[in-house]
Design a protein around this ligand. Structure first.
Ligand code: T3D
Length: 264
C-alpha cells in the first residue's frame, strides 16, 4: 500500500494534518487534494477536535501546485483549464480552512510557495520555523495568486507589501514575514512542532465557539461599516451569551477556578 499523502494524527483534542509528499516539497497533486479536504472535513465534523495543526513532512511546507501532475494536465492540443483546477481544488480548500469551527494553526516547517504559501496564510495563526520562507511564486509562471492570496495579502500586509511580494515573487524569510506582519510567530527550527502544538493545546482548552465567531467577526468586519460591525458584534454576543461557555466562563471566574469549555 502506498503512503497516505496526508498524515492524520491526534494529540488529545488537537488534530495534526501533515502534507506528505516530501520529495516534491509537498506540492499539491489532485490525489493530495483528495485527501486533504476530507481530512479537514473530518476534523470539522469531529466534536472531540478543538484545534487543527497543518504542517509538512520533510524540508518543505508546500510548494503549491505540482506543476508536473498528470492528473491536472490538459488533453493534447488543448490549453490547460486552470480555472477548473482552482474552482475544483483551491477554492473549496481555502474556504474550508477559513470557516473551520475550530482554530487552525499552520506550522510552517520550510518553504511555502504559491498556493502552499496562501494555504498557510489562510490559517488563523501561522507559526514558522526560522528556516522557513514564503514565496508568491505565481508571477514567475504567468498566473495571479490563488488559494485566497489576493484577498489575504493586502489585508495582512497592506497594498504596497502585497504588490511587492506578488509582483516580484521573491522569497521572504520567516523573520521578515514576521516583521511585516504576515505571520504570527517565528521559532527555532527544532522547536516548531512543540511550539505549534503547545499553542494548539492552549487554544483547544479555550471556548472554541467563541474563537470561531471571533474569526468570523474580524473577517466580516472588513466588508462592513462601523454600525454594521457593531450590529454583528451584538448578534454574535447574543448567540454566545446563550451558550454553555459564557455561563461557565463567568462562573469559573467568580469561583476563582479553571473553566471547562464545551461549546463548539
Ligand atoms: O493548475 C494550476 O497550476 C493552478 C494552480 C496554481 C497554484 C500554484 O500553486 S501555482 C505555483 C506553483 N508553485 C511554484 O511555482 C513553485 C515551484 N517550486 C519552486 O520554485 C522551488 O521548488 C522552491 C522555491 C519552492 C524550492 O526550491 P528548492 O531549490 O529548495 O527545491 P527544488 O530543488 O526546486 O525542489 C525540490 C524538488 O521538489 C524538485 O524535484 P527533484 O528535482 O528533486 O526531483 C522539484 O522539482 C520538486 N518541486 C518543487 N516544487 C514543485 C516541485 N515539483 C512539482 N511542482 C512543484 N510546484
Amino acid at each position: 500500500m502506498s503512503e497516505p499523502l496526508v498524515l492524520v494524527a491526534s494529540e488529545g483534542p488537537v488534530r495534526v494534518l501533515t502534507l506528505n509528499r516530501p520529495a516534491q516539497l509537498n506540492s499539491f497533486t489532485a490525489a493530495m487534494h483528495a485527501e486533504l479536504l476530507p481530512a479537514l472535513q473530518a476534523a470539522a465534523d469531529d466534536a472531540a477536535v478543538r484545534a487543527v495543526v497543518l504542517t509538512g513532512a520533510g524540508r518543505g511546507f508546500c510548494a503549491g501546485q505540482d506543476l508536473a501532475d498528470p492528473a491536472m494536465a490538459a488533453p493534447a492540443g488543448h490549453a490547460p483549464d486552470v480555472a477548473a483546477v482552482v474552482e475544483r481544488h483551491y477554492k473549496p480548500l481555502a474556504l474550508r480552512v477559513r470557516t473551520m469551527p475550530v482554530p487552525v494553526i499552520a506550522a510552517v516547517n520550510g518553504v511555502a510557495a504559491g498556493a502552499g504559501a496562501n494555504l498557510a496564510l489562510g490559517c488563523d495563526l501561522v507559526v514558522a520555523a526560522r528556516g522557513a520562507s514564503f514565496i508568491q511564486a505565481f508571477s514567475k509562471i504567468g498566473l495571479v495568486p490563488d488559494c485566497g492570496g489576493t484577498w489575504l495579502l493586502p489585508r495582512l500586509v497592506g497594498r504596497a507589501n502585497a504588490l511587492a511580494l506578488t509582483l516580484t515573487g521573491d522569497k521572504l524569510p520567516a523573520a521578515d514575514a514576521k516583521a511585516m506582519g504576515l505571520i504570527w510567530q517565528v521559532v527555532d527550527d527544532a522547536e516548531l512542532m512543540s511550539s505549534a502544538l503547545a499553542l494548539a493545546q492552549r487554544l483547544a482548552a479555550m471556548p472554541t465557539r467563541a474563537l470561531a465567531a471571533t474569526r468570523r467577526a474580524l473577517d466580516e468586519s472588513l466588508e462592513l461599516d462601523y454600525a454594521q460591525a457593531l450590529s454583528l458584534e451584538a448578534r454574535l454576543q447574543g448567540e454566545l451569551g446563550r451558550g454553555h461557555d459564557f455561563a461557565e466562563g463567568v462562573s469559573a471566574f467568580l469561583a476563582k477556578r479553571a473553566a471547562v469549555f464545551k461549546d463548539r
